[in-house]
Design a protein around this ligand. Structure first.
Ligand code: NAP
Length: 255
């Protein structure tokens, strides 16, 4: 694509949880479409490695790797301040950082509940609250929150994760209504079962059983999520807000 044809050229994206898996793929995809990037995760070496890969593939892309814990208000505040210092604008926020701490409810420890809610749900609140002022001032912006089909279907052993992901969906609906009149669009993407470190911990048998339950009979790839995120950032998605797009091979059909 010639540089002038890049759809996201001149726009700035903040991606959380960008050091691996789906977040890494989102970073590479948005860079390939011309966006400048702020890449964050708690481990700064991970985002520095992704930033190096972005620079290699997209030499014109400006990319800033930063350590940030989304569950910590001051850490997110520093991330947003640094972004605005460097780029003076913020067009896309992709809330991708997430963790699991699975257990059946009777065995679930308070720390397992708290950690998942703090990262997955409070983290999204923190980033949205801190970027909202800038986007409202610009009268433009797109927020894309990565939820999960588990937030729609529930899942045994994941009451904490399901609650956090269901919460992201309701938060996205509400924020879409709050920000629409100022040109800021808020949507969620709900992946099914995607091949990343988060799912690699499952046994081969469990992965096969999961694949068998998916109408498309296979696990998804991170690139199948990042292409949808890039679409939601693109001019073609200008009339979509308050939507949850399932990308799950048909797993949650009917929800
Ligand atoms: P992953 O490979 O485990 O990567 C998670 C990313 O989040 C890492 O970059 C990690 O880096 C970062 N992170 C974790 N806690 C953080 C915190 N407190 N603050 C900032 N960054 C943090 O996960 P993934 O599979 O790519 O999943 C990405 C998103 O998709 C998650 O929200 C997940 O719930 C969702 N999702 C995944 C699947 C799937 O099947 N893989 C399905 C549905 C939804 P650090 O550890 O260095 O912080």
């Amino acid at each position: 694509m010639s540089e002038s044809a890049l759809p996201l050229k001149g726009q700035v994206a903040v991606v959380t949880g960008a050091s691996r898996g789906i977040g890494r793929s989102i970073a590479m995809k948005l860079a390939s479409e011309g966006a400048d990037l702020v890449l964050s995760a708690r481990g700064v070496e991970g985002v520095e490695a992704v930033a190096a890969a972005v620079r290699e593939e997209c030499p014109d892309c400006r990319v800033l790797p930063l350590g940030c814990d989304v569950s910590d208000w001051d850490s997110v505040s520093a991330l947003v301040d640094r972004t605005l210092e460097e780029f003076d604008r913020l067009d896309f926020l992709v809330n991708n950082a997430g963790i699991t701490r699975d257990n059946l409810v009777l065995r679930m420890k308070q720390e397992e509940w708290d950690a998942v809610i703090a990262t997955n749900l409070t983290g999204v609140f923190n980033t949205c609250r801190l970027v909202a002022r800038q986007m409202l001032r610009q009268r433009s912006g797109r927020i894309i929150n990565i939820t999960s089909v588990v937030g729609l279907l529930g899942n045994a052993g994941q009451v904490n994760y399901a609650a956090s992901k269901g919460g992201i969906i309701s938060l996205s609906y509400s924020l879409a209504r709050e920000m629409a009149s100022r040109g800021v669009l808020v949507n969620a993407v709900a992946p099914g079962f995607i091949e990343t470190d988060m799912t690699a911990a499952m046994s081969d048998e469990a992965q096969e059983a999961m694949a068998d339950s998916i109408p498309l009979s296979r696990i998804g790839k991170p690139e199948e999520i990042s292409s949808v995120v890039a679409f939601l950032c693109s001019p073609g998605a200008s009339y979509i807000t308050g939507e949850v797009i399932r990308v799950d091979g048909g797993l949650a059909t009917g929800c």
